[in-house]
Write a protein that binds this ligand. Structure first.
Ligand SMILES: [Cu+2]
Length: 147
C-alpha cells in the first residue's frame, strides 16, 4: 500500500507535465510581469501537438498599437524552481516577430519540433519589446516545477 502511494506521487506530476504531448490542445494564460509595460496586456497560448511537431498560437491583447514584439519559449532557469516566469531561463525557440495592430491585438504562430520544448526546455513563453528585449510585459507559465 505504501509503495502504491509513493509510485502515484511520482507518476502524477509526470503525467500532468506531459499532457501537451498527447494531442489535445493545451491553453496557457499570460500573466503580467511586475512592471509598467503595457499594463493591460494579456492573452493566451494554445499548444497543439501532432506528428512530433507542436503548433503554438499566441493570442495577445492590450499591447501598444503598431509596436513590434518578439516572443520565445524559454527553458527553466536557475533563479526559481517553482515560478518559471521568474526563473530567468535561456531562450529555446523563438516565435516569428510580430506587430500589434491598431487595437493593440496580435496573433502569432510557431510550429516546431516537440523535442525542442519538452520538459524544462519549454517552461514558459515571454513576450518582449522588439526594441528592448529586457522589457517583458507578459509571461505564460507552461511548466510549473523544475525537473
Ligand atoms: Cu524571450
Amino acid at each position: 500500500m505504501r509503495g502504491h502511494t509513493i509510485v502515484l506521487g511520482l507518476v502524477g506530476p509526470l503525467l500532468l507535465g506531459s499532457c501537451a504531448l498527447f494531442g489535445l490542445p493545451t491553453t496557457y494564460l499570460f500573466k503580467h510581469n511586475p512592471n509598467q509595460a503595457d499594463p493591460s496586456a494579456g492573452g493566451n497560448a494554445v499548444a497543439s501537438v501532432s506528428g512530433g511537431m507542436v503548433s503554438t498560437v499566441l493570442s495577445v491583447s492590450g499591447l501598444t498599437p503598431g509596436k513590434a514584439y518578439i516572443a520565445h519559449y524559454h527553458a527553466f532557469g536557475p533563479d526559481s524552481s517553482t515560478d518559471p516566469c521568474a526563473s530567468n531561463g535561456p531562450v529555446t525557440v523563438g516565435f516569428p516577430n510580430f506587430v500589434a495592430d491598431a487595437s493593440g491585438n496580435a496573433s502569432v504562430t510557431l510550429k516546431t519540433d516537440t523535442a525542442k520544448i519538452e520538459g524544462d526546455k519549454g517552461a514558459y513563453i515571454n513576450v518582449h519589446y522588439a526594441s528592448d528585449p529586457s522589457v517583458v510585459p507578459i509571461c505564460a507559465p507552461v511548466k510549473l516545477a523544475k525537473g
